[in-house]
Write a protein that binds this ligand. Structure first.
Ligand code: GAL
Length: 763
């Protein structure tokens, strides 16, 4: 069953009328409290087992969130319920019953009335050490648990009490039955037919045609279905239907129909696309919707514009590499006035190289020219102890390629960083995550595996493009992906990285948990990071040191003491609203600790085609959720590491990643992280101080309905008059004082700059 979300009233009315023929199937609700016990005993599957003394737990929420903190290993859930035979009458097909158990972290075996009816991943997750099989099955926890039984199956007790017992095994981290739905229903026509509209990006033709590919799939092996397919596009702002198409469609058994729609429209206007299929014989309607990929970022102009950081830190005698990021009609001619001795610029590529020996500050003027005009901008070069004076911007292989990353994919990503134009907006790092390592040889040198035949060659290639290269390891014996870590080889590894020309190290706790199982003192948390800090200090290279230990021991309070340039503050992100917003909006407590060279890292960007393994899908975040994601990460002064395949950049993702006014919020030299000004279940307001004295305000709608959100300047510590600018649209909105109201779309954002005007005061 699919649900209708995110719609203005006018659109809702349309849907209610159009879906009036659809009857909701009756269900047995399993979302009530279950009985729960940690441990493992197969007799707990028996229907007669007395579980009255067990704890009570809700499905749909990890057990950690319900008082069972740090519980790993086995646990059991049990629930009793009644299955009425009247349920059969609610289905057109009448032949099968489905039991939906949401998702289960990590794996499960399910028993109905004492008999096993299904399992998911158990053999793999019971292994002690991660191996290849484990690695491939990482996604098991994310699989929808849907167990199907024929209605005649004797394990179903019709019109009697039934007992479901679920044996769960959780390897580590959060555990248990999470994510909905929890119910039993008859399998019917809508369960076999599904639209595929979310796995692929929108494409555009010219400036006014939006194209969307879609599929309709029939997974029934027994039945063909016939019906009417309706597709509509409705504008958010007024509910007006700007496109409608109706056609007769036959879906053969086990078949998928592929098609696309082309809609002439203003691409800057948000719309919703509604797909529905009215199946003739059953009278059931299957519907699905998607928000259109509307464009906020104005096209880059022909005149030169200089982007990227305005301040750059380097240690004495470290190799200097900085590519001037600039847009404008090619060819561009780059120059740097007052470039200190020791540095040279390639005027065709804008790449500055060399080294500087003295601790000193240099004020350089960058100049970029083309046939249309000229742009100039100051760049402050600070030779001292600090690097990464603005948050790193780049790409990391993990969210797209997972452990299948290879030399070829990294080279392609570097090429695409240049050819797509992303580098012209300041995107610089090309970071290899887990999956490149082999073993340490007899001399303790870390070897690369077969996918990376020549790391030095790869690094030289990335540098030749003016980009920087990053790598990954763990202080433990094994990385999270099961590859060889740096434990006891830290010194040698740092030398190897420097020898290859590495510029960024992500250092991931992982199996260090086996060396120090229950860290609770500052020294225990810091120890492995101190060892690598000393090793990095001994190499003549600036390596951005990125700590990855998921925020343990409030890393933001001590990350700088181990020379950390950034530190992950949370567990891994995924491409859902729950994950992204859960992480992003919880960053308030670490705000005070962000500073130039010391960044809180809420994990990488889940935009574009992601997948954590060889096969990719388009991000499940809606366009508005992605605007929120980018806006929030810029406000948080977070490292911006694109997690998608750069070879498949769709126009929406490019628009999202190339808004220079938005990126400037992230790269602001003051290096302040936004603070959370106001929050409640419906909306949040965050504000970031900028070097020029202005404030950038993020007004976020957390609900699934559009909202007018009131912003009081006094809540922001502002009084007087201010000029307001919409940073996504790069448009002045005029003067404001006291308060203003913004209309914000579901899960969307208004990102605004408030600049002082006529004596406006920012306290
Ligand atoms: C995780 C880390 C991810 C990725 C992965 C590699 O622990 O949080 O970002 O690096 O390990 O195995």
């Amino acid at each position: 069953m699919r649900y209708i979300l995110f719609l203005p009233v006018t659109v809702m009315i349309f849907l209610i009328t159009s879906c009036s023929t659809k009857q909701s199937p009756s269900i047995v609700d399993l979302s009530k409290p279950w009985k729960f016990k940690a441990g493992d005993d197969l007799s707990w599957a028996a229907p007669g087992f007395a579980d009255a003394a067990w704890d009570s737990i809700l499905p749909g929420k990890n057990w950690e969130d319900q008082g069972f903190d740090k519980l790993d290993g086995f646990a059991w859930y049990r629930i009793k319920f009644y299955i009425p035979s009247t349920l059969k009458g609610t289905s057109y097909l009448k032949d099968s019953l489905q039991i939906l158990l949401g998702k289960i972290d990590d794996c499960d075996e399910v028993f109905l009335n004492g008999e096993m009816i299904g399992e998911n991943g158990k053999t793999i997750f019971q292994k002690k050490e991660p191996d290849e099989e484990f690695i491939k099955a990482r996604g098991t926890w994310y699989t929808d648990r849907k167990y199907i039984l024929p209605t005649l199956d004797p394990r179903i007790h019709w019109d009697r009490e039934n007992i479901l017992a679920v044996r769960v095994y959780d390897k580590n981290g959060p555990g248990g039955m999470f994510a909905s739905p929890y119910l039993i229903s008859m399998l019917d026509v809508p369960d076999y037919i599904s639209f595929g509209i979310k796995g692929e990006a929108f494409s555009f033709e010219g400036d006014s045609v939006m194209k969307k590919k879609f599929t309709i799939q029939n997974t029934s092996a027994k039945n063909d279905f016939t019906g009417i397919l309706t597709i509509k596009a409705i504008l958010y702002e007024n509910g007006i239907t700007i496109y409608e198409r109706r056609s007769k469609v036959t879906l053969l058994k086990n078949d998928t129909v592929r098609d696309s729609v082309m809609i002439h429209m203003d691409l800057s206007k948000p719309a919703v696309l509604l797909f529905s299929f009215d199946e003739k014989n059953s009278g059931k309607t299957i519907s699905e919707q998607i928000s259109s990929a509307y464009i906020l970022t104005p096209k880059t102009g022909e005149l030169p514009r200089i982007n990227g950081p305005k301040v750059f830190g380097i240690r004495p005698w470290s190799p200097f590499l900085f590519k001037i990021a600039a847009t404008g009609k090619p060819p561009l001619k780059y120059n740097a006035i007052n470039l200190p001795k020791g540095l040279v610029i390639d005027t065709n590529s804008g790449i500055i190289t060399g080294s500087l020996g003295k601790k000193e500050e240099y004020a350089v003027t960058l100049k970029v020219e083309n046939t249309q005009g000229c742009a100039i901008r100051d760049l402050k070069i600070i030779v001292g102890n600090a690097i990464s004076l603005t948050p790193p911007m780049g790409w990391n292989s993990w969210n797209c390629w997972g452990l299948s990353v290879s030399d070829k994919k990294v080279r392609q990503s570097a090429e695409s960083m240049i050819s797509s134009g992303l580098a012209n907006h300041g995107w610089t790092y090309i970071n290899i995550d887990d999956g490149w390592e082999d073993k340490h040889d007899k001399d303790g040198k870390i070897l690369t595996n077969w996918k990376f035949p020549n790391m030095r060659g790869l690094s030289d290639y990335v540098h030749s493009l003016g980009l920087k290269i990053g790598i990954y390891s763990s202080p433990g014996p094994r990385t999270c992906g099961g590859y060889e870590g740096s434990y006891t080889f830290e010194e040698k590894d740092a030398q190897a990285y420097a020898g290859w020309g590495i510029d960024y190290l992500k250092y991931d706790w992982c199996s260090y948990g086996n060396i120090c199982p229950n860290p609770n003192t500052a020294d225990q948390f810091q120890h492995p990071y101190q060892i690598m800090k000393r090793a990095i200090r001994r190499v003549n290279r600036d390596i951005h040191y990125s700590l990855c230990q998921y925020g343990m021991g409030d890393v933001w309070t001590w990350g700088k003491d181990v020379d950390g340039n950034s530190w992950r503050t949370t567990g891994d992100i995924d491409d859902t609203w729950e994950s992204m917003s859960g992480i992003g909006f919880s960053q308030g407590p670490c705000s005070p600790y962000a500073a130039p060279g010391r960044w809180n890292d809420p994990d990488m960007l889940v935009v574009g085609y992601v997948g954590w393994g060889p096969s990719l899908h388009y991000t499940r975040l809606t366009p508005d959720e992605q605007y929120t994601h980018l806006s929030l990460w810029c406000l948080l002064a977070a490292p911006l590491l694109i997690g998608c395949d750069l070879d498949q950049l769709d126009p929406f993702t490019m628009n999202l990643l190339t808004n220079d006014e938005v990126l400037d919020v992230n790269q602001d030299p003051l290096g302040k992280q936004a603070t959370r000004i106001k929050f409640n279940p419906d909306y949040e307001i965050w504000a970031k101080e900028m070097e020029d004295g202005s404030r950038v305000i993020g007004v976020f709608n957390l609900t699934e309905k559009p909202q007018n959100i009131l912003v009081n300047l006094k809540d922001l510590g502002l009084s007087g008059a201010f000029e307001m600018r919409d940073l996504w649209r790069q448009k002045d909105l005029g003067p404001v004082s006291l308060s203003f109201e913004k209309h914000v779309l579901p899960h969307g954002v208004a990102l605004l700059n408030l600049a002082q005007r006529n004596g406006g005061i920012a306290k």
